[in-house]
Design a protein around this ligand. Structure first.
Ligand code: PEP
Ligand code: MN
Length: 338
């Protein structure tokens, strides 16, 4: 349920509504926009005295929200969210680019990649230290040692950093080294993990589950936000379909739907979506045109030797070239890049 206040409502009237809701044992979520103030009711709305609220002179209308996610819902929070991370932002007019290897392999490759992607225009360094691999015999990540390499490279370049966490112990380690936590596709509905990630207060990049609907995805975001952490970024990374020519199927219509249903920033990952290096530039461009807030791209100094996801990783040179090509597209849709 949301309560839309009349234009020009004063603080006292807003407080009056808030008090009524809080006294009923529910929580409020205030969204003060330029034009209109909205008070979101979080909790069991049957406990609220609707008649009493309707009688208040400054209440314009009461709207029921049918979707089960509230905090992630644009009706609750009409203005698009901008998230501040280190010295950069995600959302707003800026086009965010997150780049780096699938897995952190050693210190030298992290430093080399970080300097190259920074020079090309990236804002975030990505890299996995806890790898959720399909086979238990594949490289599983360097864990805390990898996080140390990541921090060193992020500190040396000024890039913000993002690393996937797959367990509570991974969260406990990662919070010491990175600026943003990633919840991967395989853990999108690991609700205990979502809650623990939410509690850290760090921004969370929430990837779409392999076969998750948009509604399930936004409910997963709600789990994080319900812990008092509003800093969630959604990442479309392709979904499972019958098509086998690409690793997954990039669902760009999700960007349009998310922008309609939610205020959270949206990032597109054409690397995991296609799984094929040569398809990444066109999908990256299409993603920007679709209205997303940024991209996540896998980059490796020598993809042929990569310990994970080499076939979809761009070389440092290919990433630089792609960034040049992205600039006019970003310009066209009114976004600043690099
Ligand atoms: C990744 O970003 O390294 C990753 C494993 O992605 P996803 O969870 O989307 O498969
Ligand atoms: Mn990968």
């Amino acid at each position: 349920m949301i309560i839309v206040m009349k234009q020009g409502t004063d603080k006292k009237s807003i407080q009056q509504v808030e008090t009524l809701i809080l006294n009923a044992g529910l929580n409020v979520h205030l969204s003060e926009g330029r034009e209109v103030t909205i008070i979101g009711v979080v909790g069991d709305k049957s406990l609220v005295d609707r008649e009493q609220l309707t009688r208040l002179p400054q209440v314009e209308k009461i709207v029921d929200i049918t979707e089960s996610y509230k905090l992630a819902n644009r009706k609750f929070h009409p203005e698009s969210t901008v998230i501040h991370v280190k010295n950069t932002t995600v959302g707003g007019d800026h086009l965010t680019v997150m780049a780096g290897p699938c897995a952190i392999e050693n210190e030298e490759m992290m430093l080399r990649t970080a300097f190259a992607v920074k020079a090309a225009g990236a804002n975030f360094l990505r890299g996995g230290a806890f790898k959720p691999r399909t086979s238990p015999y594949s490289f599983q990540g360097l864990e805390e040692t990898g996080l140390k390499y990541m921090k060193k490279a992020a500190d040396a370049t000024g890039l913000a950093s993002v690393c996937e966490v797959t367990s509570l112990s991974a969260i406990e380690k990662a919070v010491k080294y990175v600026d943003m936590l990633q919840i991967g596709a395989r853990n999108m509905q690991n609700f205990a993990l979502l809650k623990e990630a939410g509690k850290t207060g760090l921004p969370i990049l929430l990837k779409r589950g392999l076969s998750a609907t948009i509604d399930e995805w936004l409910n997963a975001a709600e789990y994080i936000m319900a812990e008092g952490n509003p800093n969630v970024i959604l990442c479309e990374r392709g979904i499972r379909t019958f098509e086998t020519a690409t690793r997954n199927t990039l669902d760009l219509s999700a960007v349009a739907v998310l922008k309609d249903h939610s205020h959270l920033p949206v990032i597109v990952d054409p690397s995991h979506a296609t799984g094929v290096r040569k398809y990444i530039p066109s999908m990256a461009k299409a993603a920007i045109a679709s209205g997303c807030d940024g991209l996540m791209i896998e980059v490796h100094p020598d993809p042929s030797c990569a310990l994970s996801d080499g076939p979809q990783s761009l070389t440092l040179e290919q990433f630089e070239e792609l960034c040049q090509e992205l600039k006019p597209i970003a310009d066209c849709v009114g976004r600043t890049f690099a």
